[in-house]
Design a protein around this ligand. Structure first.
Ligand SMILES: [Zn+2]
Length: 327
């Protein structure tokens, strides 16, 4: 406070105020004051440096001491002299180390942040994996069930009479090439040449050729010994049955129970009915019905090759047969 200021003190400091306009300031007292101030300043600087240095030294010493203590503690803990608790601790530490070591390769470890994988990562990762799994299952289901459905579901050709069962082959290069047929100009009759083989088995045999057997064979229709009529290749597509006439004919193969190739009564009736319906559908006549034998001399169908009179009777039965669109 100004009131309590000692005028003497005020005066004793006066000489320290340097004023270039006052010539007396260049006098001895002023110089002396500057030198004193510089001296004090230098002393203070040295003192600060010493303090700073000693602080660093002290800090270093402290750290060394702490480190030494730590090392001593660790060696004491891992020693055998410790109590029960002291023995267990290093064991636990060892287990942790081992777990870390077996926890994965170096690169994998580098992906894992220090302190382990955060819980949120685990939750997100789990949810993501579950989503991917569901997607895979859905895609698998769609492709496989869809495929199964394509293979087995009846492909409805509403133009077919109800007595024809549709069980089409999968499209493949060996039995159902999926090629459009030319205009149909004839019906070709075959036999299976495999006594005892039924219509469904024949159809499955054609299907199996699609796996790449190297054999090309099929037929639009197969008639069982029980008279059941199966269609394997859709009308309008080519079947591999009649060699040079594959493109413009419809093939019918019938099943038989013995080597003679003779037809059962049911099979014969179905063959007549189907042939008649096809002639009507394609505006053909009985003259357009031929044996496989008529194309290249192959003994097929054996019974009608061996018994030409029965072949003629068959053609006449077809002519007499009324067209049947129903059962
Ligand atoms: Zn044939």
């Amino acid at each position: 406070m100004a009131d309590n200021q000692n005028p003497q003190d005020e005066q004793s400091f006066e000489h320290l105020i340097f004023d270039w306009n006052n010539p007396s300031m260049t006098t001895r007292p002023a110089r002396q004051a500057r030198e004193e101030a510089q001296k004090v300043s230098e002393e203070n600087r040295v003192k600060r440096e010493e303090i700073h240095q000693s602080t660093i030294e002290e800090r270093k010493a402290e750290l060394l001491r702490q480190r030494r203590e730590k090392t001593q503690n660790t060696s004491r803990l891992s020693g055998t002299a410790g109590g029960r608790r002291n023995v267990r601790r290093p064991a636990a530490a060892k287990t942790r180390t081992v777990r870390k070591k077996t926890g994965g390769n170096g690169w994998l470890k580098s992906l894992v942040p220090a302190g382990g994988i955060p819980r949120t990562w685990l939750i997100r990762g789990g949810a993501g994996m579950a989503a991917v799994l569901v997607l895979i299952i859905v895609i698998w289901g769609l492709t496989h069930m869809g495929g199964g459905a394509r293979r087995r579901a009846p492909q409805i050709d509403k133009s077919l009479p109800s007595y024809i069962y549709e069980d089409y082959l999968s499209v493949n290069p060996w039995s159902r090439p999926g090629i459009s047929a030319d205009a149909i100009t004839g019906i070709v009759i075959h036999y299976t040449a495999s006594p005892g083989t039924e219509a469904e088995q024949m159809r499955d045999y054609f299907e199996s050729l699609g796996e790449g057997s190297g054999t090309r064979a099929s037929s639009h229709f197969v008639i069982g010994t029980d008279g059941k009529i199966l269609i394997c290749v859709p009308l309008g597509e080519v079947a591999y049955a009649s060699n040079s006439r594959n493109m413009d004919t419809i093939s019918i193969e019938y099943c038989h129970s013995d080597e003679s190739g003779a037809l059962s009564e049911e099979c014969y009736r179905s063959l007549v009915k189907l042939t008649k319906w096809l002639l009507d559908r394609y505006s053909l006549s009985a003259e357009d019905v031929i044996r496989h034998y008529d194309i290249l001399g192959k003994v097929c169908p054996k019974y009608f090759v061996d018994h030409p009179e029965d072949w003629e009777k068959f053609l006449s039965d077809v002519e007499k047969e009324p067209v049947s669109d129903g059962t």
